[in-house]
Design a protein around this ligand. Structure first.
Ligand code: ZN
Length: 339
């Protein structure tokens, strides 16, 4: 608990507030925001006093709130002080605890570190990434890409004090106690800086895509793209990685072609700029159809959606592998069409 808070001077308050956006925090407390029409402002009932007309305003960009009814206002820290009745020092400790990993996080963090280590020991992982056009070592490092050879994770984690039940609950081993990920390149999926899942891409004959049986979190690297003027939305992490490598750092991914209401909320609160949908151009039209459905969905919540057409039978990854340059991709973005 926060009975022994850390010394305040060691805490980066701005970073703390950036990592827990005020609006996200309020939504976790079941505060219901409504858009005011003035972006990026939201209004709802004041949590501090009874009212019949909403007068509690939140500016999602400045991360500030103000209630015209009771005059209370401030930042996330002030909100927690008021709503939880804590001192400043206790509030900081409380917020740090919100960011601190729950127990299963430890096992995921240890697993990610282990996969990173394996990545550097096994040439096949790097070879696979090179085949997919990923050669930028610092980007591979930044994304935390690892490798699961299979057959050695359980032993490693148990040597670190984790129990079989814990590994099984996390989905890291199956009922036969074998590693769930085997011969897969691993991308950790993070939320608020913590690992919530892994995407494992098979480098062998096994089914290509695999996740742990738990939430995949929100949009990939949402914190990175939330300040962007426009967003490039792709289907998979290899598409994302190749676009980041080519300089399109405003690329994010919902780990599939369908957006959940949680993803939509991330795009609308605060509202993002135009969303470029860059899905696979499939022969059977599946990707194109998914693009149109998604564009409708985005438009229905007030976002501008533009559909990007790549050359036939290409996804962003294969497009670059076939020799496209950043300028070629930019040309595709510029030619994007609304529905
Ligand atoms: Zn109030």
């Amino acid at each position: 608990m926060w009975l022994h808070p850390p010394p305040i001077h060691t805490v980066d308050l701005d970073q703390l507030k950036r990592r827990i956006p005020l609006l996200d925090y309020l939504r976790q407390t079941h505060w219901t925001p409504r858009r005011t029409g003035t972006q990026p402002e939201f209004v709802g009932f004041c949590p501090f006093h009874q009212e019949t007309k909403p007068s509690f305003y939140v500016n999602a960009r400045k991360n500030l709130f103000y209630c015209h009814g009771c005059g209370r206002g401030g930042d996330l820290i002030r909100f927690v002080e008021l709503s939880q009745g804590l001192s400043f020092r206790q509030t900081i400790a409380y917020l740090q605890q919100q960011l601190a990993p729950p127990v299963p996080q430890d096992v995921l963090a240890e697993t990610a570190a282990f996969y990173r280590l394996q990545f550097h020991r096994r040439p096949e992982a790097l070879e696979y990434l090179a085949q997919r056009g990923l050669r930028d070592g610092s980007l591979i490092e930044e994304l935390g890409i690892g490798y699961a050879p299979g057959g050695n994770l359980r032993r490693h984690l148990m040597a670190h004090g984790f129990g079989v039940a814990q590994l099984h609950d996390a989905g890291l081993i199956n009922l036969q106690r074998r590693d769930a990920f085997c011969r897969r390149v691993i991308f950790p999926c993070r939320q608020f800086g913590h690992i919530v899942n892994f995407y494992g891409r098979s480098i062998g004959a096994a089914f290509p895509h695999r996740f742990l049986p738990r939430s995949k979190g929100g949009l990939f690297a949402r914190e990175t793209v939330r300040q962007s003027a426009s967003i490039v939305l792709v289907e998979g992490l290899f598409d994302l990685a190749i676009l980041w490598q080519a300089g399109f750092r405003n690329t994010t991914c919902a780990l599939g072609a369908h957006l959940t209401s949680a993803h939509l909320e991330q795009l609308t609160q605060p509202p993002s700029g135009p969303v470029y949908i860059v899905f696979d151009q499939d022969e059977n039209q599946a990707g194109q159809q998914a693009s149109r459905q998604l564009a409708q969905q985005l438009e229905s919540v007030g976002l501008v959606a533009l559909i990007v057409r790549l050359p036939e039978n290409h996804d962003p990854n294969s497009h670059f592998l076939a020799g496209a340059t950043a300028a070629d991709f930019q040309a595709c973005l510029s030619a994007a069409q609304p529905l």
